[in-house]
Ligand binder design. Structure first.
Ligand code: ATP
Length: 271
């Protein structure tokens, strides 16, 4: 991933996501202005920034849930809509009706549903089983989804996203409210995808950012001078003032000369 004009030597594969000069506002409230970045196929990218900076908004735009006021978004070299079937999405929250009994396997099967003429095939069942095993929840397959803990449900949603065998997995704060053991298991699952599947993850977890990511994309604090612009960093050069825990002590490069505040990627700062 890099911003337009970036000179970083970090380069891999074709481009999976390209934002070009994207502006977005909710009504009169501007959230993103002139956001340009791209993510290469197979990269593992963390999207960080303070609360309210616009991280979830970037994901909503990417998933076509919101439309940019101006600018363009491409997925895998195609217009956004055409690229959407290649993406698996793990939302921050998933609403469900506890009165409606649905088994874990059924939830994961939803990842195989296609817009028109869905008929369950043998391949669908193989993909569902593969996803359950990948996330290590095969033993929960026949349990009621509503009877699971929050951390277990989050893992089911990861399996649902993987069931479509996506080229790209997008996760919005997947470890929020997880205990450390569930967190570690999820990290192991995501680590196993690294290099094969493009991953874009919104996270406030600095340990996660430093352990797995190739690239960090920072969305600026709207109250700061950066105001909604992205700052793209690659692990190529040291930057004075950047907290080492943010990038695992490895060198990074910041495009716009900002020193990022420590709070941008701290686990405890997400209220
Ligand atoms: N549906 C909406 N209508 C109006 N304003 C919204 C809406 N959704 C988000 N916002 C505002 O847009 C800004 C960006 O929100 P967004 O959820 O993208 O931030 P975020 O970086 O994901 O925050 P967090 O880390 O708290 O999840 C915030 O100021 C938020 O209040």
């Amino acid at each position: 991933m890099s911003a337009a004009g970036d000179t970083s030597p970090v380069r891999q594969g074709p481009v999976a996501v390209r934002f070009s000069d994207v502006d977005f506002s909710y009504g009169p409230v501007p959230v993103l202005s002139s956001v340009s970045f791209h993510v290469h196929e197979s990269e593992f990218v963390a999207l960080v920034g303070p609360n309210g900076a616009g991280k979830t908004t970037v994901l909503k735009l990417l998933l076509g849930l919101e439309r940019p006021r101006s600018g363009t978004i491409e997925l895998f070299g195609r217009p956004q809509r055409a690229g959407l079937p290649l993406i698996g999405y793990v939302p921050q929250h998933a609403s469900y009706d506890p009165a409606f009994p649905v088994q874990v396997r059924e939830v994961v099967r939803m990842g195989r549903i296609r817009p028109f003429g869905f008929r369950r095939s043998r391949e669908d069942e193989l993909c569902v089983q593969e996803a359950l095993e990948r996330v290590e929840i095969a033993d929960l397959a026949d349990r009621s989804y509503s009877a699971l803990s929050g951390g277990q449900r989050r893992r089911v949603l990861v399996a649902r996203a993987l069931a479509s065998r996506p080229k790209m997995l997008i996760l919005d704060e997947p470890t929020a409210n997880m205990d450390s053991e569930s967190e570690e298991r999820l990290f192991a699952t995501l680590g196993a995808l690294k290099g094969n599947t493009t991953v874009l993850i919104v996270t406030h977890d600095s340990g996660f950012v430093s352990s797995l990511t190739d690239v960090v994309l920072c969305v600026g604090d709207r109250s700061s001078a950066e105001k909604g612009r992205t700052v793209v960093r690659h692990r190529t050069e040291p930057v004075a003032g950047l907290p080492p825990e943010l990038y695992g002590g490895k060198a990074v490069r910041v495009r716009h000369d900002e020193n990022l505040p420590d709070s941008w990627c701290c686990k405890g700062d997400h209220s």
